[in-house]
Design a protein around this ligand. Structure first.
Ligand code: B12
Ligand code: SF4
Ligand code: SF4
Length: 348
């Protein structure tokens, strides 16, 4: 069994994964699932209705929804932190976007790698089944990664890998192959509360307990019907609770490893007004291959309008901000119009 483990770990690293851990898939989650149940009961999923669906799949991986007969889950992490030198040249508007989303949509290339590992696992025994998973299936990826010892869940709710940080994306291969599991690692936050204090919208009800309905990532990505009240600095997603974390002060990987996460060429020279000028074909062209597609055209326009409003209120009404506010007042989305009509042009 340990020879198989080593071969899997070796292949995962060759595919570019930075951490690999194995957990038993035939033992359901316990307290982690109870937390999920509390989460849904409290309505914390907000408009993310999919989070409340298929609860059984979130408890166990050897279910109909994931993989009947599953014995092991291979949990994978891929880093996306870039060096400060590399980030220094990011276009201004791209800096208002969470680091994971400035470049290519990670789902496309990460899924290919998770699929490649699943294909390899299938060769390791007769009739071995293996299912690749990455982000979209109804499972608690962080809870499984923590059980597999990939890292620990920090007070900011993110999986942190000691020595590598939390700027990582997770994926899994669930398989019928029985593999020796890894041990979970202890939580190491200690008395630190930097992430809780840095959250711009006070989205944590308690350490480890996030209310997504107040999280900038929810407000700017998932809540496509909302008006983004309270968002002042972010266009899409947020990194505040990770940027301050001491575990992220570790050296970032250099290019080419992080190349897919460098801002796409479309960011060059792009301003807020450009986002408020987009028609549907323009939005589709701008967001080709980018995670920003998820925000929708009106959602992105609302975030741009909030940014323009906040910049003007702070006395930073550049030509771009003024043009964005003017375009917003004529926008076809009523919430964009409402945000920008209430904004002054910032002349002080
Ligand atoms: C929906 C979702 C969101 C929502 C809701 C997040 C939430 N907290 O529920 C929103 C849009 C807000 C969001 C934001 C972000 N997300 Co998100 N998101 C997801 C998704 C699709 C489902 C999460 C889910 O099931 N939530 C329900 C709750 C109950 O589960 P959970 O948050 O995973 O919490 C578990 C553990 O944290 C742990 N836990 C919870 N409380 C406690 C308490 C203690 C004491 C302990 C020890 C453990 C513990 O147990 C919980 C389950 O029992 C996952 C992918 C997936 N399928 O898992 C990605 C995922 C969690 N997101 C990810 C990322 C990168 C982000 C952002 C950083 C993006 C950004 N830069 O803007 C932010 C981070 C916000 C934050 N501080 O958590 C990564 C996280 C990688 C990592 N290192 O952990 C994931 C895993 C996607 C991926 N495949 O890589 N996300
Ligand atoms: S991503 Fe931003 S808004 Fe969301 S919990 Fe972290 S710091 Fe708060
Ligand atoms: S900032 Fe501090 S409390 Fe928050 S996750 Fe990092 S170590 Fe833990």
């Amino acid at each position: 069994m340990s020879a198989l483990r080593e071969r899997i770990q070796e292949r995962a690293r060759a595919l570019g994964f930075d951490a690999v851990g194995i957990a038993r898939a035939d033992v359901p989650l316990g307290p982690e699932f109870e937390r999920y149940v509390d989460f849904v009961r409290a309505g914390r999923h907000g408009s993310m209705g999919y989070l409340a669906a298929e609860p059984e799949a979130r408890r166990r991986l050897d279910s109909e929804a994931i993989l009947p007969g599953a014995k092991s889950v291979i949990c994978l992490a891929r880093r996306y932190a870039r060096t400060p030198d590399d980030e220094a040249s990011d276009p201004p508007l791209a800096r208002r976007v969470a680091r994971y989303a400035r470049g290519q949509d990670y789902h496309n290339f990460l899924r290919k790698k998770v699929r490649a590992l699943a294909a390899f696992v299938r060769t390791l025994g007769p009739e071995v089944r293996a299912r690749p998973l990455c982000d979209e299936e109804p499972l608690l990826e962080r809870a499984w990664a923590a059980r597999a010892g990939v890292g620990f869940v920090g007070k900011n709710g993110l999986v942190i890998i000691p020595g590598q940080g939390s700027f990582v994306l997770l994926g899994e291969v669930v398989t019928t192959l029985a593999l020796e599991p890894d041990q979970p690692i202890a939580e190491r936050c200690g008395s630190c509360t930097l992430c809780l204090d840095a959250c711009p919208t006070q989205a944590f009800d308690a350490p480890f307990v996030l209310d997504p309905r107040r999280c900038v990532a929810y407000l700017t990505i998932e809540d496509t019907a909302g008006d983004r009240a309270g968002v002042t600095e972010h266009l899409f997603g947020c990194d505040a609770c990770q940027s301050v974390c001491p575990f992220n002060k570790t050296r970032a990987p250099a290019a080419p490893k992080t190349r897919p996460f460098r801002p796409l060429p479309v960011w060059e020279g792009l301003g807020l007004a450009d986002l408020l000028r987009l028609d549907e074909p323009g939005f589709l062209a701008l967001t080709t291959g980018s995670p920003l597609r998820r925000a929708t055209r009106s959602g992105l326009a609302r975030s741009a309008a909030r940014l323009a409003q906040a910049e003007a209120a702070a006395g930073r009404a550049t030509d771009d901000v003024r043009a964005a506010l003017a375009l917003g007042r004529e926008h076809d989305d009523d919430i964009v119009r409402a945000i920008t009509r209430g904004a002054s042009d910032g002349e002080r």
